[in-house]
Design a protein around this ligand. Structure first.
Ligand code: PMP
Ligand code: GLN
Length: 382
Protein backbone atom coordinates (compact mmCIF):
# COMPACT_ATOMS: atom_id res chain seq x y z
CA UNK A 1 0.00 0.00 0.00
CA UNK A 2 1.40 3.37 -0.95
CA UNK A 3 2.03 6.16 1.55
CA UNK A 4 -1.02 8.11 0.45
CA UNK A 5 -3.32 5.33 1.60
CA UNK A 6 -1.31 4.34 4.67
CA UNK A 7 -3.60 3.72 7.62
CA UNK A 8 -6.69 3.45 5.43
CA UNK A 9 -6.58 -0.34 5.13
CA UNK A 10 -10.18 -1.26 5.95
CA UNK A 11 -13.07 1.17 6.23
CA UNK A 12 -14.71 1.47 9.60
CA UNK A 13 -18.01 0.44 7.97
CA UNK A 14 -16.58 -2.85 6.72
CA UNK A 15 -14.86 -3.48 10.06
CA UNK A 16 -17.96 -2.86 12.13
CA UNK A 17 -20.35 -4.72 9.79
CA UNK A 18 -18.01 -7.74 9.96
CA UNK A 19 -18.11 -7.49 13.75
CA UNK A 20 -21.92 -7.45 13.63
CA UNK A 21 -21.89 -10.64 11.55
CA UNK A 22 -19.37 -12.56 13.64
CA UNK A 23 -21.07 -11.64 16.92
CA UNK A 24 -24.66 -11.88 15.64
CA UNK A 25 -25.30 -8.32 16.84
CA UNK A 26 -27.89 -5.76 15.75
CA UNK A 27 -26.08 -3.62 13.20
CA UNK A 28 -26.80 0.06 13.80
CA UNK A 29 -23.37 0.87 12.33
CA UNK A 30 -23.15 1.03 8.56
CA UNK A 31 -25.97 3.08 7.06
CA UNK A 32 -28.16 0.78 5.00
CA UNK A 33 -31.89 0.11 5.42
CA UNK A 34 -33.10 -3.36 6.41
CA UNK A 35 -36.13 -2.90 4.14
CA UNK A 36 -35.73 -2.45 0.39
CA UNK A 37 -37.19 0.50 -1.48
CA UNK A 38 -40.48 0.57 -3.44
CA UNK A 39 -41.54 -2.72 -4.97
CA UNK A 40 -42.40 -1.15 -8.33
CA UNK A 41 -38.89 0.25 -8.61
CA UNK A 42 -37.35 -3.16 -7.91
CA UNK A 43 -39.72 -4.54 -10.54
CA UNK A 44 -38.51 -1.91 -13.01
CA UNK A 45 -34.92 -3.11 -12.51
CA UNK A 46 -35.93 -6.76 -13.00
CA UNK A 47 -37.94 -5.82 -16.10
CA UNK A 48 -34.96 -3.97 -17.57
CA UNK A 49 -32.68 -6.99 -17.08
CA UNK A 50 -35.18 -9.41 -18.63
CA UNK A 51 -36.06 -7.10 -21.49
CA UNK A 52 -32.38 -6.67 -22.31
CA UNK A 53 -32.25 -2.97 -21.47
CA UNK A 54 -28.82 -1.98 -20.21
CA UNK A 55 -27.32 -5.46 -20.13
CA UNK A 56 -24.53 -4.33 -22.46
CA UNK A 57 -22.36 -1.25 -21.86
CA UNK A 58 -24.69 1.73 -21.53
CA UNK A 59 -23.51 5.18 -22.68
CA UNK A 60 -20.60 6.52 -20.61
CA UNK A 61 -22.41 9.58 -19.24
CA UNK A 62 -25.45 7.46 -18.30
CA UNK A 63 -28.56 6.49 -20.24
CA UNK A 64 -30.50 9.50 -21.63
CA UNK A 65 -33.66 8.47 -19.72
CA UNK A 66 -31.85 8.74 -16.39
CA UNK A 67 -30.00 11.95 -17.23
CA UNK A 68 -33.32 13.51 -18.18
CA UNK A 69 -34.94 12.26 -14.96
CA UNK A 70 -32.07 13.74 -12.89
CA UNK A 71 -32.42 17.12 -14.63
CA UNK A 72 -36.19 17.04 -14.06
CA UNK A 73 -35.64 16.20 -10.39
CA UNK A 74 -33.36 19.23 -9.91
CA UNK A 75 -36.00 21.41 -11.58
CA UNK A 76 -38.94 19.92 -9.68
CA UNK A 77 -37.47 20.16 -6.19
CA UNK A 78 -35.12 23.16 -6.46
CA UNK A 79 -35.97 25.08 -9.62
CA UNK A 80 -32.48 24.36 -10.97
CA UNK A 81 -32.17 23.90 -14.73
CA UNK A 82 -29.54 21.47 -16.01
CA UNK A 83 -29.10 20.26 -19.58
CA UNK A 84 -29.35 16.45 -19.44
CA UNK A 85 -26.87 16.09 -22.31
CA UNK A 86 -24.06 18.32 -21.10
CA UNK A 87 -24.67 19.02 -17.41
CA UNK A 88 -25.51 15.62 -15.92
CA UNK A 89 -23.25 12.62 -15.38
CA UNK A 90 -24.28 9.24 -13.97
CA UNK A 91 -21.72 7.59 -11.69
CA UNK A 92 -21.25 4.35 -9.77
CA UNK A 93 -22.79 5.72 -6.60
CA UNK A 94 -21.92 9.01 -4.98
CA UNK A 95 -18.66 7.36 -4.00
CA UNK A 96 -17.41 7.37 -7.58
CA UNK A 97 -18.75 10.88 -8.10
CA UNK A 98 -16.64 12.07 -5.16
CA UNK A 99 -13.55 10.24 -6.39
CA UNK A 100 -13.91 11.34 -10.01
CA UNK A 101 -14.58 14.96 -9.02
CA UNK A 102 -11.56 15.21 -6.77
CA UNK A 103 -9.26 13.35 -9.18
CA UNK A 104 -10.41 15.57 -12.04
CA UNK A 105 -10.29 18.94 -10.31
CA UNK A 106 -7.31 18.82 -7.96
CA UNK A 107 -3.61 19.32 -8.59
CA UNK A 108 -1.10 17.70 -6.25
CA UNK A 109 -0.55 19.99 -3.29
CA UNK A 110 -3.89 21.77 -3.60
CA UNK A 111 -5.70 22.33 -0.31
CA UNK A 112 -9.24 21.08 0.18
CA UNK A 113 -11.34 22.36 3.05
CA UNK A 114 -13.89 19.89 4.39
CA UNK A 115 -16.02 19.72 7.52
CA UNK A 116 -14.87 17.14 10.01
CA UNK A 117 -16.03 14.63 11.11
CA UNK A 118 -15.80 13.71 7.40
CA UNK A 119 -17.27 10.82 5.48
CA UNK A 120 -14.36 8.40 5.19
CA UNK A 121 -13.96 8.42 1.42
CA UNK A 122 -13.19 12.17 1.43
CA UNK A 123 -9.86 11.74 3.18
CA UNK A 124 -8.93 8.78 0.96
CA UNK A 125 -9.86 10.51 -2.31
CA UNK A 126 -8.12 13.75 -1.37
CA UNK A 127 -5.06 11.65 -0.59
CA UNK A 128 -5.29 9.71 -3.88
CA UNK A 129 -5.41 13.03 -5.71
CA UNK A 130 -2.19 14.04 -3.92
CA UNK A 131 -3.97 16.97 -2.34
CA UNK A 132 -4.05 18.12 1.27
CA UNK A 133 -7.11 18.02 3.50
CA UNK A 134 -7.78 20.98 5.73
CA UNK A 135 -10.50 20.23 8.27
CA UNK A 136 -13.03 22.69 9.59
CA UNK A 137 -14.07 21.06 12.84
CA UNK A 138 -17.75 20.80 13.68
CA UNK A 139 -18.00 20.71 17.46
CA UNK A 140 -20.60 19.28 19.80
CA UNK A 141 -23.22 20.08 20.86
CA UNK A 142 -24.39 22.20 17.90
CA UNK A 143 -22.08 20.96 15.10
CA UNK A 144 -22.50 24.29 13.29
CA UNK A 145 -19.60 25.43 11.07
CA UNK A 146 -17.71 28.44 12.47
CA UNK A 147 -17.64 30.69 9.42
CA UNK A 148 -14.86 32.93 10.74
CA UNK A 149 -12.78 29.80 11.17
CA UNK A 150 -13.63 28.81 7.61
CA UNK A 151 -12.46 32.18 6.34
CA UNK A 152 -9.23 31.80 8.30
CA UNK A 153 -8.52 28.39 6.76
CA UNK A 154 -8.50 29.74 3.20
CA UNK A 155 -4.98 30.22 1.81
CA UNK A 156 -3.62 30.90 -1.69
CA UNK A 157 -3.34 27.12 -2.07
CA UNK A 158 -7.00 26.45 -1.33
CA UNK A 159 -8.59 25.10 -4.48
CA UNK A 160 -11.80 23.53 -3.37
CA UNK A 161 -14.41 23.29 -0.63
CA UNK A 162 -15.82 19.82 -0.11
CA UNK A 163 -19.21 20.31 1.46
CA UNK A 164 -21.67 17.77 2.83
CA UNK A 165 -25.22 18.78 3.72
CA UNK A 166 -27.18 17.08 5.24
CA UNK A 167 -24.02 16.03 7.03
CA UNK A 168 -22.97 12.48 7.82
CA UNK A 169 -22.44 11.66 10.71
CA UNK A 170 -23.72 14.69 12.70
CA UNK A 171 -27.04 15.24 10.90
CA UNK A 172 -26.31 18.97 10.52
CA UNK A 173 -28.32 20.60 7.72
CA UNK A 174 -26.79 23.91 6.67
CA UNK A 175 -29.13 26.88 6.96
CA UNK A 176 -29.64 29.41 4.20
CA UNK A 177 -27.49 31.88 6.18
CA UNK A 178 -24.66 29.39 6.46
CA UNK A 179 -24.88 28.45 2.79
CA UNK A 180 -24.88 32.13 1.87
CA UNK A 181 -21.73 32.73 3.89
CA UNK A 182 -20.02 29.72 2.30
CA UNK A 183 -21.07 30.90 -1.15
CA UNK A 184 -19.73 34.40 -0.55
CA UNK A 185 -16.37 33.02 0.53
CA UNK A 186 -16.23 30.72 -2.50
CA UNK A 187 -16.96 33.59 -4.87
CA UNK A 188 -14.57 35.97 -3.11
CA UNK A 189 -11.69 33.49 -3.28
CA UNK A 190 -12.53 31.87 -6.62
CA UNK A 191 -12.99 28.42 -5.10
CA UNK A 192 -14.68 25.41 -6.61
CA UNK A 193 -17.17 23.58 -4.42
CA UNK A 194 -17.96 19.89 -4.53
CA UNK A 195 -21.11 19.36 -2.50
CA UNK A 196 -22.25 15.92 -1.39
CA UNK A 197 -26.02 16.06 -1.00
CA UNK A 198 -26.83 12.34 -0.89
CA UNK A 199 -29.16 12.89 2.08
CA UNK A 200 -31.07 15.71 0.32
CA UNK A 201 -34.43 14.04 0.91
CA UNK A 202 -33.69 12.85 4.46
CA UNK A 203 -34.38 16.15 6.23
CA UNK A 204 -36.77 16.72 9.13
CA UNK A 205 -39.06 19.73 9.48
CA UNK A 206 -38.55 22.55 10.22
CA UNK A 207 -35.13 22.08 8.58
CA UNK A 208 -35.06 22.08 4.79
CA UNK A 209 -32.44 21.17 2.26
CA UNK A 210 -31.25 23.90 -0.05
CA UNK A 211 -28.68 22.96 -2.71
CA UNK A 212 -25.61 25.18 -2.64
CA UNK A 213 -25.82 25.47 -6.44
CA UNK A 214 -29.06 27.44 -6.05
CA UNK A 215 -27.28 30.37 -4.36
CA UNK A 216 -26.10 33.43 -6.30
CA UNK A 217 -22.80 32.90 -8.08
CA UNK A 218 -22.64 29.20 -7.22
CA UNK A 219 -24.09 27.35 -10.17
CA UNK A 220 -20.97 27.96 -12.24
CA UNK A 221 -18.52 26.80 -9.56
CA UNK A 222 -20.39 23.92 -7.91
CA UNK A 223 -20.33 20.20 -8.57
CA UNK A 224 -23.44 18.73 -6.92
CA UNK A 225 -23.43 15.05 -6.04
CA UNK A 226 -26.30 12.79 -5.07
CA UNK A 227 -27.29 9.16 -5.22
CA UNK A 228 -30.29 6.84 -5.41
CA UNK A 229 -29.01 4.71 -2.56
CA UNK A 230 -30.32 6.78 0.35
CA UNK A 231 -33.43 8.35 -1.17
CA UNK A 232 -34.86 5.12 -2.55
CA UNK A 233 -33.38 2.56 -0.13
CA UNK A 234 -31.36 0.67 -2.72
CA UNK A 235 -27.82 1.20 -1.45
CA UNK A 236 -26.59 -1.89 -3.30
CA UNK A 237 -27.47 -0.52 -6.72
CA UNK A 238 -24.74 2.10 -6.68
CA UNK A 239 -26.34 4.65 -8.95
CA UNK A 240 -25.17 8.19 -8.28
CA UNK A 241 -24.85 11.39 -10.26
CA UNK A 242 -23.22 14.75 -10.74
CA UNK A 243 -24.84 17.96 -11.91
CA UNK A 244 -22.65 20.92 -12.87
CA UNK A 245 -21.69 23.15 -15.79
CA UNK A 246 -20.65 21.50 -19.06
CA UNK A 247 -16.97 22.27 -18.33
CA UNK A 248 -17.06 20.74 -14.86
CA UNK A 249 -19.10 17.73 -15.98
CA UNK A 250 -16.65 17.15 -18.84
CA UNK A 251 -13.76 17.20 -16.37
CA UNK A 252 -15.44 14.75 -13.98
CA UNK A 253 -16.49 12.54 -16.91
CA UNK A 254 -12.88 12.34 -18.05
CA UNK A 255 -11.86 10.84 -14.70
CA UNK A 256 -14.95 8.62 -14.54
CA UNK A 257 -14.12 7.11 -17.94
CA UNK A 258 -10.97 5.58 -16.49
CA UNK A 259 -12.43 4.54 -13.15
CA UNK A 260 -15.49 2.51 -14.15
CA UNK A 261 -15.99 3.62 -17.77
CA UNK A 262 -19.77 3.24 -17.36
CA UNK A 263 -22.19 2.45 -14.53
CA UNK A 264 -24.49 -0.61 -14.28
CA UNK A 265 -27.17 -0.41 -17.00
CA UNK A 266 -30.48 -1.92 -15.85
CA UNK A 267 -30.51 -0.08 -12.52
CA UNK A 268 -30.32 3.20 -14.39
CA UNK A 269 -33.74 2.53 -15.97
CA UNK A 270 -35.20 1.78 -12.56
CA UNK A 271 -33.71 4.89 -10.93
CA UNK A 272 -35.11 7.02 -13.76
CA UNK A 273 -38.55 5.79 -12.66
CA UNK A 274 -37.78 6.30 -8.99
CA UNK A 275 -36.88 9.95 -9.51
CA UNK A 276 -40.36 10.49 -10.93
CA UNK A 277 -42.20 9.03 -7.92
CA UNK A 278 -44.91 11.37 -6.61
CA UNK A 279 -44.23 13.86 -3.83
CA UNK A 280 -46.11 11.55 -1.46
CA UNK A 281 -43.25 9.03 -1.70
CA UNK A 282 -40.64 11.55 -0.57
CA UNK A 283 -42.89 12.98 2.17
CA UNK A 284 -43.84 9.53 3.44
CA UNK A 285 -40.23 8.40 3.60
CA UNK A 286 -39.31 11.48 5.62
CA UNK A 287 -42.23 11.09 8.04
CA UNK A 288 -41.38 7.45 8.61
CA UNK A 289 -37.74 8.28 9.26
CA UNK A 290 -38.58 11.13 11.62
CA UNK A 291 -40.57 8.70 13.74
CA UNK A 292 -37.68 6.22 13.77
CA UNK A 293 -35.31 9.02 14.73
CA UNK A 294 -37.50 9.84 17.73
CA UNK A 295 -37.77 6.19 18.70
CA UNK A 296 -34.00 5.71 18.70
CA UNK A 297 -33.18 9.12 20.19
CA UNK A 298 -35.55 8.56 23.13
CA UNK A 299 -34.19 5.07 23.67
CA UNK A 300 -30.58 6.22 23.60
CA UNK A 301 -31.32 9.04 26.02
CA UNK A 302 -33.05 6.66 28.41
CA UNK A 303 -30.11 4.28 28.11
CA UNK A 304 -27.82 7.06 29.32
CA UNK A 305 -26.27 8.46 26.15
CA UNK A 306 -26.01 12.15 25.46
CA UNK A 307 -27.97 12.51 22.22
CA UNK A 308 -27.41 15.16 19.55
CA UNK A 309 -30.64 15.44 17.55
CA UNK A 310 -29.97 15.30 13.80
CA UNK A 311 -31.79 17.67 11.42
CA UNK A 312 -31.24 15.23 8.58
CA UNK A 313 -29.68 11.87 7.47
CA UNK A 314 -30.51 8.58 9.16
CA UNK A 315 -27.82 8.86 11.79
CA UNK A 316 -27.75 9.98 15.41
CA UNK A 317 -24.49 11.09 16.94
CA UNK A 318 -24.23 10.48 20.67
CA UNK A 319 -21.67 11.05 23.38
CA UNK A 320 -20.56 8.23 25.67
CA UNK A 321 -18.93 10.48 28.26
CA UNK A 322 -21.93 10.01 30.62
CA UNK A 323 -20.84 6.37 30.96
CA UNK A 324 -17.35 7.48 31.99
CA UNK A 325 -16.05 6.23 28.62
CA UNK A 326 -13.11 8.00 26.99
CA UNK A 327 -12.54 6.19 23.69
CA UNK A 328 -15.32 5.78 21.12
CA UNK A 329 -13.40 3.23 19.05
CA UNK A 330 -12.68 0.98 22.04
CA UNK A 331 -16.30 1.38 23.14
CA UNK A 332 -17.61 0.32 19.70
CA UNK A 333 -15.30 -2.67 19.55
CA UNK A 334 -16.52 -3.85 22.94
CA UNK A 335 -20.21 -3.03 22.42
CA UNK A 336 -21.18 -6.29 20.62
CA UNK A 337 -19.80 -8.36 23.51
CA UNK A 338 -21.36 -6.11 26.11
CA UNK A 339 -24.86 -5.91 24.67
CA UNK A 340 -25.12 -7.23 21.10
CA UNK A 341 -25.26 -3.90 19.26
CA UNK A 342 -22.89 -2.43 16.67
CA UNK A 343 -22.28 1.32 16.22
CA UNK A 344 -19.68 3.52 14.51
CA UNK A 345 -17.07 5.59 16.38
CA UNK A 346 -17.09 9.12 14.96
CA UNK A 347 -13.58 9.60 16.29
CA UNK A 348 -12.17 7.95 13.16
CA UNK A 349 -13.72 10.74 11.04
CA UNK A 350 -11.81 13.50 12.84
CA UNK A 351 -8.23 14.69 12.48
CA UNK A 352 -8.81 16.55 15.73
CA UNK A 353 -8.93 13.41 17.88
CA UNK A 354 -9.90 15.40 20.95
CA UNK A 355 -13.06 16.79 19.31
CA UNK A 356 -14.56 13.42 18.45
CA UNK A 357 -13.00 11.19 21.11
CA UNK A 358 -16.25 10.11 22.75
CA UNK A 359 -18.72 10.36 19.88
CA UNK A 360 -20.59 7.28 18.67
CA UNK A 361 -22.99 7.12 15.72
CA UNK A 362 -26.11 4.93 15.46
CA UNK A 363 -28.32 4.54 12.38
CA UNK A 364 -32.10 4.40 12.57
CA UNK A 365 -32.92 3.16 9.04
CA UNK A 366 -34.11 -0.14 10.54
CA UNK A 367 -37.47 -1.71 11.27
CA UNK A 368 -39.15 -0.50 14.45
CA UNK A 369 -38.85 -3.86 16.20
CA UNK A 370 -35.11 -3.89 15.47
CA UNK A 371 -34.69 -0.41 16.93
CA UNK A 372 -36.80 -1.37 19.94
CA UNK A 373 -34.70 -4.46 20.58
CA UNK A 374 -31.47 -2.45 20.20
CA UNK A 375 -32.70 0.13 22.70
CA UNK A 376 -33.62 -2.62 25.13
CA UNK A 377 -30.13 -4.10 24.86
CA UNK A 378 -28.42 -0.72 25.20
CA UNK A 379 -30.51 -0.12 28.31
CA UNK A 380 -28.43 -2.77 30.06
CA UNK A 381 -25.23 -0.73 29.71
CA UNK A 382 -25.61 1.21 32.94
N1 PMP B 1 -21.47 10.48 0.83
C1 PMP B 1 -21.99 10.32 2.05
C2 PMP B 1 -21.99 11.47 3.00
C3 PMP B 1 -22.51 9.09 2.42
O1 PMP B 1 -22.98 8.90 3.65
C4 PMP B 1 -22.52 8.04 1.49
C5 PMP B 1 -23.20 6.74 1.83
N2 PMP B 1 -22.39 5.81 2.36
C6 PMP B 1 -21.94 8.24 0.24
C7 PMP B 1 -21.44 9.47 -0.05
C8 PMP B 1 -21.83 7.15 -0.77
O2 PMP B 1 -22.97 6.99 -1.50
P1 PMP B 1 -23.12 5.77 -2.54
O3 PMP B 1 -23.52 4.58 -1.76
O4 PMP B 1 -24.15 6.24 -3.50
O5 PMP B 1 -21.80 5.58 -3.20
N1 GLN C 1 -22.67 5.80 3.91
C1 GLN C 1 -22.84 4.70 4.80
C2 GLN C 1 -22.50 5.15 6.20
O1 GLN C 1 -22.04 6.23 6.38
C3 GLN C 1 -21.99 3.49 4.49
C4 GLN C 1 -21.23 3.53 3.24
C5 GLN C 1 -20.07 2.60 3.23
O2 GLN C 1 -20.07 1.54 3.82
N2 GLN C 1 -19.05 3.01 2.54
O3 GLN C 1 -22.68 4.39 7.10
Amino acid sequence: LNRRLAGMGTTIFAEMSALATTTGSINLGQGFPDTDGPREIAQAAADAVLAGRGNQYPPGPGIPELRTAIAEHQQRFYGLAYDPDTEVLVTAGATEAIAASLLALLEPGDEVIAFEPFYDSYAACIAMAGAVRVPLTLRAPSFRPDLDELRALITPRTRLLLLNTPHNPTGTVLTLDELTAVAELAVEHGLLVVTDEVYEHLVFAPSAHRPLASLPGMRERTVTISSAGKTFSFTGWKVGWVTATPELVAAVRTAKQYLTYVSAGPFQYAVAEALRLPDSYFAGFRTDLARKRDLLADGLRTAGFEVYEPQGTYFITTDIAPFGEKDAYAFCRALPERCGVVAIPNSVFYDDKEAGATQVRFTFCKQDHVLEEAVLRLGALR
